[in-house]
Design a binder for this molecule. Structure first.
Ligand SMILES: *Cc1c(COP(=O)(O)O)cnc(C)c1O
Length: 387
């Protein structure tokens, strides 16, 4: 019986012998941190995405914090993001003592609504409360409308950090997500459920040499050995200076070694994800569900495959699927509904589209290595539960 079979999670990393050998090689033969592997991973990320500069860090959360600081976010500033994301997309502003505010999503793309953004910018301008930074999130792996966002950024004078924690391996127009063609900085995550993994890890990408220098400084204690960044003269070859208040957000070489071999498999991972998605799209299209947009098949990085129930209770459906060993999940509880954010003054009802999406959303299992048999079990279970 299906019920007694192994649990299928919504996401899972894929590690092979090459990954394992690469990490063992670092353990046996190389520096564990501050060696050659993190810079090599940074170069590989640039080569893949087309961005000019990369800084590997120990998580996307750290990357978002560094990105905000590099762009000068501080007290008195406001950062905007979307409510339907992981809390890290918003917390980074609060780490910098800035204020956070949200823009509602577009129910069709599930990404930031350009209309709502335009509207909010107009109102903010009249109150002299324009954001310093906007953090659009490429939800589930589908790029936001970055061209429209870049135009608004120019018109209203704000900076843009792409939260591409879901996006690595996806495309926007003729660019890879991460190219920074339409933004100041892009932040990636290498948490095990994301496109590729370093266990924990993240990276900042940019095409701006000045931002890259700042990011590297902030991620490494604010300490530099570069005479150009120092005050006065170097006192000798041992000399370093702390010129800013930074953090230890470095990625270790163990993690970077894993990132290098994982990145070599990224295109294959995305191809596998797309094949699974094409199969879901076909098998589920007569069920009472809203499926992801079919036109995103070849551009999304397909971090998540999300359905919206149209005729069934979400909690009951979630429980019935879990009882059959199908590990559906929910992404995300809107950030402004979290107790911490409610204490800051945000109210239920403020972002109706994000709240409506949350109410009916379910994330189906999708990861490289999900077998056809496992996917059949998911499809079969959905057919039974939604019959
Ligand atoms: C996973 C995730 C993060 C945080 O990534 P970490 O590497 O775990 O810090 C940030 N934003 C979004 C949208 C995410 O999905």
């Amino acid at each position: 019986m299906a019920d007694s079979q192994a649990f299928i999670p919504y996401g899972r990393h894929h590690i092979d012998d090459k990954d394992i050998d690469a990490v063992i090689d670092v353990l046996k033969n190389q520096f564990l941190t501050q060696g050659a592997k993190a810079p090599e991973f940074e170069q590989a990320l640039c080569a893949y995405t087309g961005a000019k500069y990369a800084t590997a860090v120990n998580s996307a959360t750290s990357g978002l914090h560094v990105a905000c600081l590099a762009l000068g976010v501080g007290s008195g500033d406001t950062v905007w993001t979307v409510p339907n994301s992981f809390v890290a997309s918003a917390n980074c502003a609060l780490y910098c003592n800035a204020q956070i505010d949200f823009v509602d999503i577009d129910p069709v793309t599930r990404n930031i609504s350009i209309e709502a953004l335009q509207d909010k910018l107009k109102k903010a301008k009249s109150r002299n409360k324009l954001p310093k930074v906007l953090i659009p999130v490429h939800f589930s792996g589908v790029s936001c409308d970055m061209r429209a966002i870049a135009l608004l950024a120019k018109e209203y004078g704000f900076s843009v950090i792409e939260d591409a924690a879901h996006g690595l391996g996806g495309n926007y127009l003729d660019h890879k997500i991460g190219s920074c063609e339409f933004s100041d900085i892009t932040v990636l995550s290498f948490h095990p459920v994301k496109s590729i993994t370093t266990a924990e890890g993240g990276a900042l990408l940019t095409n701006d040499a000045g931002l890259d220098k700042k990011a590297k400084l902030i991620a490494k204690h604010g300490v530099t050995r570069d005479p150009e960044l120092m005050e006065g003269e170097s006192e000798g070859p041992w000399y370093y200076q702390q010129v800013a208040l930074g953090f230890n957000y470095r990625m270790s070489d163990l993690h970077a070694a894993l990132g290098i071999t994982q990145l070599q498999k990224l295109d294959d991972f995305v191809t596998q994800r797309r094949a699974i998605v094409a199969r879901y799209n076909q098998a589920l299209n007569s069920l009472p569900l809203k499926l992801p947009l079919p036109e995103t098949l070849s551009s999304s990085a397909w971090h998540l495959y999300m359905i919206e129930l149209t005729d069934h209770d979400r909690k009951a459906t979630y429980q019935a699927l879990h009882a059959k060993g199908i590990g559906v999940n929910v992404h995300y509880i809107p950030i402004h509904l979290q107790p911490y954010y409610q204490q800051l003054g945000f109210k239920a009802g403020e972002y109706p589209q994000a709240e409506a999406f949350y109410k009916n959303a379910l994330t189906l299992p999708l990861f490289p290595g999900l077998t056809a048999d496992e996917q059949d079990r998911v499809i079969q279970a959905l057919n039974e539960v939604l019959a």
